[in-house]
Design a binder for this molecule. Structure first.
Ligand SMILES: Cc1cc2nc3c(=O)[nH]c(=O)nc-3n(C[C@H](O)[C@H](O)[C@H](O)COP(=O)(O)OP(=O)(O)OC[C@H]3O[C@@H](n4cnc5c(N)ncnc54)[C@H](O)[C@@H]3O)c2cc1C
Length: 352
């Protein structure tokens, strides 16, 4: 994947956080990380524990995304490209084991599109939903909502993996609040964050290679549009064992699928243990000499407290859901199996 990642980094205009964008809070978080023994590392690639910054892709104060980076840059003007707005991909038409069309709904009006190549790119929630509406997925649950299964693939919509986290809210001093509000007034829309990558005591010993960092924490203060500043320290679980599901409620493409992250449900209790450990590290940051004079833990129980983990911490996610249309060798339970057979009945959903 590396050549593709590197190309995307270039194309999306990712760059390092310029020193002038660092707020007084970020600088203090940096000092805290150094004092707690986290040396500087490149956060753009997997690697050993340490501190660093995420690359940023703000351009002229706007977060850059795929539309300006790819579509506007050199694609939108092509004569052979048509972008359909307000259009939902309802379902794929299948014939003889191949996709033979896609039914889309523009402002609710259906029509069938045909092409030489179809790419399903609806994300971790939209892609399995589209496949399941097309009859590709776990046969039993599809029958339950009156969708005739075409290909019995239990992995579609299973294996949902996201990176859960806990947030330790901190109350900034009036001085820090004023400094951050002033920084925002200066026109720095991006509030830089310091990332710390570390391994919990539950990470496999001797295997702390690049891919095995067990969790990562962010020391961040997020500015509201107008003060006061809200912020804190988050701990995210980077390699969760929990797996959730995406399931259809009906064949209606307008109806959002049911998403169950199922956290924490790994049988060994590993995920909650690692998150607890992450929260302990977040507390060490909050109580460090560099940070404790700038922002303090709130008095009394915090809103949305998560008693199973620790008081004052709020549950959340790093927003990186993956895994719901896993591809891979047949022996992986979540991946399409070569032994799976096409169902014998009609495959055109319009026949349903
Ligand atoms: C708040 C937030 C912050 C994030 N920050 C970062 C970050 O800093 N760095 C990072 O690397 N990642 C970040 N991510 C994760 C990143 O955005 C995703 O991993 C990435 O966008 C996934 O890309 P994708 O193309 O698979 O899906 P998506 O970007 O989700 O694209 C899927 C698209 O398909 C559309 N769609 C779905 N179903 C249908 C349908 N039936 N018909 C028509 N259209 C459909 C959706 O509307 C969507 O536009 C963040 C995510 C969130 C939510």
């Amino acid at each position: 994947m590396e050549p593709y990642r590197a190309a995307a980094v270039r194309r999306m205009g990712l760059r390092e956080v310029p020193d002038r964008e660092l707020s007084s809070w970020s600088r203090a978080a940096l000092d805290a990380a150094r004092a707690l023994g986290y040396g500087e590392v490149d956060m753009g690639v997997p690697g050993p524990p340490g501190h660093g910054f995420p690359l940023i892709n703000a351009v002229d104060g706007r977060r850059w995304n795929a539309a300006p980076a790819y579509l506007d840059a050199d694609t939108r003007g092509r004569a052979d490209l048509e972008v359909l707005g307000n259009t939902l991909a309802d379902r794929l038409l299948l014939r003889d084991g191949r996709v033979d069309g896609v039914i889309v709904r523009t402002d609710g009006v259906p029509r069938t599109l045909r092409a030489g190549l179809y790419v399903v790119a609806g994300g971790a929630f939209g892609s399995p939903a589209l496949l399941m509406r097309s009859g590709i997925g776990p046969a039993g649950p599809l029958r339950d909502i009156n969708i005739a299964p075409v290909l019995d693939l239990p992995g579609v919509g299973a294996n949902l993996s996201d990176q859960p986290g806990v947030f330790l809210p901190l109350v900034p001093t009036p001085e820090l609040n004023a400094a951050l509000v002033e920084k925002e007034r200066e026109g720095e829309p991006y509030v830089s964050r310091v990332l710390v990558r570390t391994a919990s005591e539950h990470a496999p010993r001797g295997r702390l290679g690049p891919a095995h960092s067990a969790h990562r924490r962010t020391a961040a203060l997020r500015l509201a549009a107008t003060g006061p500043v809200r912020g804190g320290v988050s701990a995210f679980l980077m390699k969760p064992a929990t797996r959730g599901t995406v399931r259809l409620r009906s064949a209606d493409p307008e109806e959002p699928p049911e998403i169950d992250p199922a956290f924490p449900s790994d049988p060994d209790g590993h995920d909650l243990a690692v998150l607890r450990s992450g929260l302990a590290t977040a507390r060490r940051f909050a109580r460090s000499a560099a940070l404790k004079g700038l922002a303090a833990l709130p008095e009394g129980p915090a809103a949305h407290e998560l008693p199973e983990v620790e008081p004052h911490a709020r549950p959340g996610t790093y927003w990186h859901p993956v895994g719901t249309c896993a591809m891979g060798p047949a022996e992986l339970p979540a991946a399409p199996s070569r032994s799976t057979r096409l169902m014998p009945h009609g495959t055109d959903p319009e026949e349903r």
